[in-house]
Ligand binder design. Structure first.
Ligand code: B12
Ligand code: SF4
Ligand code: SF4
Length: 340
């Protein structure tokens, strides 16, 4: 089994990208410590707790020689929030519309690893992770040639853009490594300018405490008063710094059923979402990445988004120059348009 065999198997299992990086002292790995010292992780204490292991995968698998990184396209056929005039619509991050990627990709990654164990003449050490492991996935993705780390801090592949989930297998096999991806942001600064909360404090540096994704997904308790306005109609995550990125202007769409939007979240109106019962929300959150906030967290976010919509006088769909109204919420009874 060589690197080409592993990549071919990865594609067969449904991964769109696969590259291999050395388990080495990549210079970007030390940035994490500085980033934590600045307080940019906010209340994500797990990043502090695991910082030593995140600094080097050989602290996770001591015999590690390579890191196999996969990329999975999750973009689906729906407009970007930046193209949509309807501020009464709940904004939910694209990655969260379908099934929980931890489960779906975790299963595929385990299949890849099992296949590798069957193919290898010798036993080897390995650990497979999707998102939650102590691995700086973006750094290894860049060194595996999967994509470069953009100024918005996301990994961008020149062919398919940045709507990709990353996953990694740390292993002791001496597989042939790929050339790292080259930075292709150039002089562009669109993501930095578009961020509604100025969370990208320098190219490639994100202050989570200002980021809508952190505020709506990771932060527990009340949302800070100073940040509420900037959250707008976002109720789970944020995609703006990727939506404005030219590398996503014509991103391909995935036909994988796992990532297609669930009806409960698909261009749903804020009022419709607010009026769902706890039981309905529990059902909708089952097997979804959005279960991370639980019903309570989702309700907190919806309440702030509704406040914002009311303040701006736009709880109902609106349209403005240059923006296209999105297809209306299908729930006629609660549609603000109908109520008028
Ligand atoms: C913590 C975390 C968050 C935090 C912090 C995000 C962040 N930028 O660090 C919050 C909650 C805000 C978050 C948000 C999101 N996340 Co997140 N998150 C993670 C997690 C668990 C760890 C990331 C980490 O280590 N951060 C610490 C800092 C130091 O890392 P970093 O920003 O990547 O820093 C690098 C760059 O800054 C670079 N760098 C340093 N100097 C410079 C200078 C220049 C000029 C440049 C260009 C780069 C550069 O080197 C640093 C080395 O780490 C990873 C999974 C994992 N295990 O890696 C997922 C992960 C990064 N998240 C992911 C996703 C999808 C998201 C969201 C898009 C979700 C959403 N729609 O709401 C947003 C994107 C926000 C954004 N612009 O980053 C994906 C990213 C996929 C991709 N294509 O890159 C990952 C990889 C999960 C996965 N397995 O797919 N996330
Ligand atoms: S996810 Fe949203 S809030 Fe966070 S950096 Fe990107 S544009 Fe800013
Ligand atoms: S918007 Fe521009 S600067 Fe930001 S990540 Fe995309 S190409 Fe890079």
């Amino acid at each position: 089994m060589n690197a080409a065999d592993v990549k071919a198997k990865a594609v067969q299992l449904g991964f769109d990208l696969c590259g291999i990086a050395a388990a080495a002292d990549h210079p970007e790995l030390i940035v994490l410590r500085e980033w934590l010292d600045h307080g940019y992780a906010g209340e994500m204490a797990y990043l502090h707790r695991t910082a030593d292991r995140r600094a080097d995968v050989r602290r996770v698998v001591p015999s590690a020689q390579t890191v196999i990184v996969t990329g999975t396209l999750y973009n689906t056929d729906r407009p970007y929030s930046t193209e949509c005039a309807d501020r009464g619509r709940a904004q939910i991050a694209r990655y969260a519309w379908g099934d929980d990627y931890h489960d779906v990709i975790g299963g595929r990654l385990e299949s890849l690893l099992s296949w590798m164990r069957e193919q290898s003449r010798e036993p080897f050490d390995a650990r497979a992770y999707v998102d939650t492991g102590p691995v700086q996935e973006r750094v290894y993705a860049q060194h595996a040639g999967v994509g470069w780390i953009g100024k918005n801090t996301c990994v961008i592949n020149p062919e398919i853009g940045s709507w990709i989930f990353l996953a990694a297998i740390i292993c002791s096999l001496p597989l042939e490594v790929d050339a790292p991806s080259l930075d292709q942001c150039g002089t562009c600064t669109l993501c930095i300018e578009a961020c509604p909360t100025q969370a990208i404090v320098a190219p490639g540096v994100l202050d989570s405490t200002r980021c809508i994704s952190y505020l709506t997904i990771e932060l527990r308790g009340d949302l800070p008063a100073a940040q509420r306005d900037g959250i707008g109609s976002h109720v789970y995550g944020c995609d703006i710094c990727q939506e404005v990125c030219p590398w996503n202007a014509s991103a391909p769409r995935s036909a994988d059923p796992a990532w297609q939007p669930r009806p409960a979240w698909d261009r749903v109106n804020l009022l419709t979402l607010a009026r769902r019962t706890d039981d309905e929300l529990v059902v909708a959150l089952r097997g979804s990445p959005m279960r991370r906030t639980k019903v309570q967290g989702l309700r907190r976010n919806v309440a702030v988004a509704l406040e914002n919509a009311a303040i701006k006088g736009c709880a109902a769909p609106t349209s403005s120059a240059g923006l296209q109204p999105c297809d209306a919420d299908t729930d006629a009874e609660t549609s603000t348009k109908k109520r008028r």
